[in-house]
Design a protein around this ligand. Structure first.
Ligand SMILES: CC(C)(COP(=O)(O)OP(=O)(O)OC[C@H]1O[C@@H](n2cnc3c(N)ncnc32)[C@H](O)[C@@H]1OP(=O)(O)O)[C@@H](O)C(=O)NCCC(=O)NCCS
Length: 192
């Protein structure tokens, strides 16, 4: 049966997630509300993408890996405009990452277990090392590796790291196609 990612999304108060072409959402993940996912992006097992009080926008060829949590802050007395969550293209979000109301550019790697808080901005071509914390409102400059809690720039990226961004996004693009094929082969729950 044909795999349909939309089966693993949920509307909230009239907002239904909008999916580009060839998107993969693992059947154990949950994608709710005002969420847009670009072509060839993938959401991996047990991940939550909850766009219930503000928008979440994810670009093309992004992977949001296992156990990650993506949420926003609503507009209200403490935060007049709230904080939406925006992610560019070719972004790798590794396992167990929390992204909350922040802005992430293109070609970024967020290392395993990291937390990025409201209003933080990560410019294009940045690596955030595993287990880092990016505090509210902090801006990470393009072309650098950041590590630690709070995350600090440790050095400029090398050529290999620049190349890795698109290698990683292409690799996950292929991998999600293999998962889709597997689900289409033998999952009776698909497409019902
Ligand atoms: C930071 C990172 C990119 C390594 O960079 P690197 O320059 O090769 O680092 P090195 O291995 O040479 O280590 C340099 C120093 O930073 C430390 N270090 C490495 N990773 C670190 C991290 N995430 N946080 C804090 N310190 C770290 C090392 O212990 C070493 O310390 P020392 O100089 O006191 O010995 C890598 O460790 C990392 O965190 N990558 C992300 C991996 C990931 O999540 N991938 C996604 C998989 S889907």
């Amino acid at each position: 049966m044909r795999y349909q990612a939309r089966l693993y999304t949920r509307a909230f108060e009239g907002q239904t997630p909008r999916l580009g072409q060839r998107v993969f959402i693992d059947p154990s993940a949950v994608v709710i509300g005002d969420v847009e996912l670009g072509d060839d992006s993938s959401i991996w097992p047990q991940t939550t993408v909850r766009g219930d009080m503000h928008r979440i926008r994810i670009g093309q060829r992004c992977s949001i890996q296992d156990n990650s949590v993506l949420h926003i802050t609503h507009a209200g007395p403490f935060n007049p405009d709230g904080y939406p969550l925006t992610i560019g293209d070719d972004v790798t979000v590794a396992h167990s990452v929390t992204l909350h109301g922040c802005e992430i550019g293109n070609r970024v790697l967020i290392g395993m277990g990291s937390i990025v808080m409201d209003g933080a901005v990560i410019e294009d071509d940045v690596v955030v090392g595993a287990n880092s914390l990016v505090p509210p409102g902090k801006r990470l400059a393009s072309g650098h590796l950041y590590v630690g809690s709070p995350a600090k720039a440790v050095r400029p990226l090398n050529d290999k790291e620049y190349d890795y961004f698109c290698y990683s996004s292409a690799n996950y693009r292929k991998l999600k196609d293999r998962h889709i094929a597997e689900l289409e082969r033998d999952s009776p729950g698909v497409d019902q």
